[in-house]
Design a protein around this ligand. Structure first.
Ligand code: MG
Length: 289
């Protein structure tokens, strides 16, 4: 099932994408988070709505919002989780990590799947892209065993972990500032529920800038698979329904290209993941106060 948040006459409604149309579910669910929190029961109710001859509405991509439009917590992210990306950063001169690198992006980073992304030119001269698979947590859990971690997943989205490279390492090594610009995390275009994905650790993932492929990999190349990431993070904190975890980006980021290829105003960035879909965002010059 593909679950969306979309604009409907200035209201934010929850819906299901079915045969390229939208089945609105706002009569039963005020928002997507309430679907996630309803667990198996929520999916059963969605299936009943799907089978009840509800009049479908047109799917208008410009009306799609981040699937969870308002976050309760920061987005959790794993750094350096694809071997070739780790090597492009460290040139194979240190040992592979034994624990994932985890940081967060502020809640204000979320953006819609086709929304313009402001480029704060007075803050960064090195805005970069990172195509990533995002995991949406569906159940509350602490100290989750790796073998049971998939029970805690609700579904998956495409994500772009847009990063200010010149800021990322200039605040005492803390990445938060360079990773938390407003709207620096477009998500979507929907949450694909996990039952639709046969093997989440074997999906092609790629990123395009202005139509040219700049990253191309497969989720099988993650150093820490998704279940391990969930196990590790939940050692520290209770995961709750609606939490979002970004699982790292493959090699090919702009700052490491020769010559470097950082994002500028009017560039168009796409993230594609097999069986999930794609997001496409234009970079917009922005020096708003
Ligand atoms: Mg990243």
């Amino acid at each position: 099932m593909k679950i969306i948040s979309y604009l409907n006459e200035n209201q934010i409604n929850a819906g299901i994408v079915h045969d390229n149309t939208v089945i609105d579910v706002s009569n039963e669910f005020p928002d997507v988070l309430s679907i996630i929190k309803a667990g198996h029961n929520g999916i059963d109710r969605l299936n009943r709505i799907l089978n009840s001859n509800v009049e479908p509405r047109p799917l208008i991509s410009e009306h799609l919002l981040p699937p969870i439009p308002k976050l309760e917590r920061n987005i959790m992210c794993v750094g350096w989780n694809y071997l070739e990306h780790f090597n492009e950063r460290f040139r194979q001169d240190i040992d592979l990590p034994t624990k994932p690198t985890v940081f967060t992006k502020a809640t204000g980073t979320i953006a819609g799947p086709y929304e313009g992304i402001p480029l704060p030119e007075n803050f960064t001269q090195k805005l970069d892209y990172e195509a990533e698979l995002a995991v949406v947590i569906g159940r509350k859990g602490k100290n989750i065993a790796e073998a049971e971690a998939s029970d805690y997943i609700f579904g998956y989205m495409c994500a772009n972990d847009l990063s200010a490279r010149d800021v990322q390492h200039s605040h005492g090594g803390q990445w938060f500032m360079g990773k938390s610009m407003d709207k620096s995390c477009p998500l979507g275009p929907w949450i694909v529920t996990k039952d639709e994905i046969k093997d989440v650790q074997n999906l092609d993932i790629y990123c395009k800038v202005n139509g040219k492929i700049v990253q191309s990999s497969n989720t099988s190349l993650m150093i820490f698979p998704i279940n391990r990431i969930i196990a590790e993070i939940s050692k520290a904190m209770t995961l709750i329904p609606g939490d979002i975890i970004l699982t790292g980006t493959p090699s090919g980021i702009g700052v490491k290209r020769n010559p470097p290829m950082l994002l500028k105003a009017e560039d168009v960035v796409e993230v594609h993941i097999a069986e999930i879909g794609s997001i496409k965002n234009r970079i917009i010059a922005d020096n708003a106060r």
